[in-house]
Every structure is written in C-alpha cells, then in structure tokens.
Design a binder for this molecule. Structure first.
Ligand SMILES: *Cc1c(COP(=O)(O)O)cnc(C)c1O
Length: 385
C-alpha cells in the first residue's frame, strides 16, 4: 500500500487516563457510552472503537445508521450501539436485526418500530427522547403520554431501553438557567413514567460537560464525546474542576490525538521572492523553507495561512504563504540541519514544544470539534501505547 501524506496517532494510555478521570467524576455503576459520531470526532471509528473496547468500553453512540454500521463492523466484543440521530424508515428493520438501539423522537416512529419488530419477530430497543428546551428533536409534552402507553402495551416487541434528552449548551455557565429548566422538564417526564410504574432501563441526559460538572444530571448512563478524546468542553468546565480538585492528586484530561507529516522538499528562497500562490508572502531576506505534502483538502485549515506553525526538530516552524489544496510551506531558516528524514508534527508534542488543537481555533471548544471532525477519513490512524 502506498503512503498517505499525513498520519494520525491515537494514544491508548491517554485514552485510558481520560476514561478513569471521567469515571471518577460520574461515580461507579454509571454506564459509559462513548460518543463516536463524526468518525469519532475525527479520530477514526475503525481504529478508535476497538481501542476503546480494549480499555473496557462496552457502549457506543452515533448520530446515524451509517455510522452505526461502521461501529458494528469495528466492534469485536459485542458492545451496544445506539443511534441518537437519523435512522431512515427503510433502515429500522436493519437496526432491529442487529440489536442496535435507537432514539424515537416522535409518535409515528414508534408505530413504525413496532411494525418492523413484529415482522421480524424480534424486540426493538427504544430510547424515548423527550423535548426539554433545545427544540431540535424529542417527543413533545402532549404526545409523550400516548407514546408511553403505546410502549407499555407492546412490551413484547418494544423494549423501553432509555429515556433521554440532550442539553443545548451545558458547557457554558451562562446557559445554566436554560440547562436547569431542561433538567426540570426531564424530571417531569420521568415522573410520568414512575406514575405509570413503567421505567426505562437507562435514564441518560449528561454529555461531557454535564458528566464532568453537574453531578445531579448523571443518572444511569452518560454520553461522553469530547472529554474522552482529552478536551475540556469549555474553560468554564475546567474552571469548575480546578475549584473542586486537590491539584496534587489530579490527573487531568490528556489529548489522545497526534497528527504528523513529512518534509517533501527543502529549498532556498532568495530575498524579494514570493512563496506559493499570489503575493501573500515575500521573503524579506534569503531563507530556507520546507515544503509539506498536505493542505486544506487534507483537513489542514486554510485560515492558518501565514499564521500557524508546525514543529520540526522540536522547534516552531512558521507557515509562510497560503495553505494550498495539498501543499504548504514553512520557514526553517532558524532551524539548523533540517533534512528530508525529519518528522513534522502538525498537532502534538515534539521535544519541549507542543501544538494543541486549540492553537488552530483559539476561541471555543466547539470549533475544536469542527476542526477535528473535518479531518478526512482517508488519513491513516494508528494506535500507539
Ligand atoms: C454529541 C452528543 C453528545 C456528546 O457531546 P459531548 O459534549 O461531545 O460530550 C451527547 N449526546 C448527544 C445527543 C449528542 O449529539
């Protein structure tokens, strides 16, 4: 097989550290669902899922049937899979056949699920999603009693696996009033279940931010995405953690992701010459540049043109000129002895220097997610200890 122009490494020990850290926060006996939508936030489902299983994870959440299929092909310990988002009607029988759990977010969907389950003579594992104030998906207050009765009446084919909702913005303290309101509404749905003596196997509402910082939102299961990959959902959540923790015993979240490439060529550029497209960079003196074999089509943000840097020989090499579709250039004038054999770090540590994903986006973690989830699936991912 020929070589790709960059590679992603995933640290199993860092992941294990994160898992332990999160489990300590949520407490024992709470099921951990690893959220691996968007190709495991860019980390690569095919490689990440078996690694997570090797570390003891037994449940995965995705946003679509398409992703669920990829997880199904990647697991080898029979872990549970849950679709939180789009499952086309045509694919409901497929989900039931493979024991894949799925969200039901309106009444019609419940009827469709029963039809499919009866036809297959196999139970469908249903998570009833309720609308609590994010106004995306979820059963509305007025259709919920009907849905609950329907579930109860058809328990021979419909398993009440979960009752869930999703917070819209739990990572930001300024949203706390809204999160509290969502939680209160969730509790009123729960109360209806209690009154009908018909409870779900799993009550789950907490994402990373809630699992890390809002203990009362942790029920039977947490759905953790960003934190398991080693990122704080926001500065707010990290701040709350720092307030609570004895720092000497703290093992904080660690980035599991490293991104590397190679030097394609090294060349001298004379003073006054332009580098790359247009006139975005003009050499102010004679300089040496390294040409790197990837660009914005490979997930390296074009916005870093003339701004970002990479690590070569443990030193920062600033980007010069525009990021091209599949090339960009860095200044190595100040780094002695660079050769074609030198490894280039795009994200990660090299000697005493680190480039974080944050330095790509610099503002919010939400943008971190965007940058990571856009990394092309074609980049090879490799697990390292
Ligand atoms: C993405 C997602 C999560 C995980 O969110 P993080 O903040 O990354 O932990 C949990 N639940 C649902 C429904 C999601 O879509």
């Amino acid at each position: 097989m020929v070589k790709h122009s960059s590679r992603i490494l995933l640290s199993q020990s860092a992941f294990k550290n994160n898992l332990n850290f999160i489990k300590k926060k949520t407490g024992a006996g709470v099921r951990f669902s690893s959220v691996v939508k968007a190709n495991a936030y860019g980390h690569g489902i095919k490689e990440f899922v078996p690694m997570a299983e090797a570390c003891g994870v037994r449940h995965f959440s995705v946003a679509s049937a398409f992703e669920a299929e990829e997880v199904l092909e990647s697991i080898n310990k029979g872990s549970g899979i849950m679709i939180m988002g789009i499952l086309y009607e045509d694919d409901i029988p497929w989900a039931i056949e493979h024991d894949i759990e799925f969200y039901v977010y309106n009444y019609d969907r419940l009827v469709k699920a029963l039809e499919a389950a009866q036809k297959l003579n196999k139970k469908a594992k249903i998570h009833l999603e309720v609308e609590t104030g994010a106004n995306r998906t979820g059963l509305q207050e007025d259709e919920f009693p009907k849905a609950l009765d329907y579930m109860k009446a058809h328990q021979d084919y419909l398993v009440f696996e979960g009752l869930c909702t999703h917070f819209g913005g739990a990572e930001s303290l300024s949203n706390q009033f809204k999160i509290d309101r969502q939680h209160a509404r969730y509790k009123s749905f729960l109360k209806q279940c209690k009154r009908k003596k018909f409870m779900p196997n799993y009550r789950h509402i907490a994402c990373s931010a809630a699992a890390l910082a809002m203990k009362d939102t942790v029920y039977d299961m947490v759905r953790v995405g960003v934190a398991q990959y080693g990122y704080w959902p926001s500065p707010d959540i990290y701040y709350l953690h720092l307030q609570e923790v004895d720092k000497t015993s703290d093992k904080p979240l660690k980035r599991i992701f490293t991104w590397k490439t190679d030097i394609m060529d090294i060349r001298d550029v004379k003073e006054g010459e332009f580098i790359g497209y247009g006139t975005a960079y003009q050499a102010a003196q004679d300089m040496k540049v390294a040409v790197l074999p990837l660009g914005y089509s490979n997930g390296y943000p074009r916005a870093l043109s003339n701004r970002g840097h990479v690590l070569i020989r443990g030193k920062k090499a600033p980007i010069v000129g525009l990021i091209n579709m599949n090339l960009f250039m860095v200044n190595i004038t100040h780094i002695p002895g660079v050769s074609l054999e030198d490894e280039v770090v795009l994200v990660g540590r090299q000697k005493n220097n680190v480039i974080n994903v944050k330095s790509f986006t610099n503002f919010t973690q939400l943008v971190n997610n965007e940058m990571l989830s856009r990394l092309p699936a074609a980049i090879p991912r490799e697990i390292v200890k």
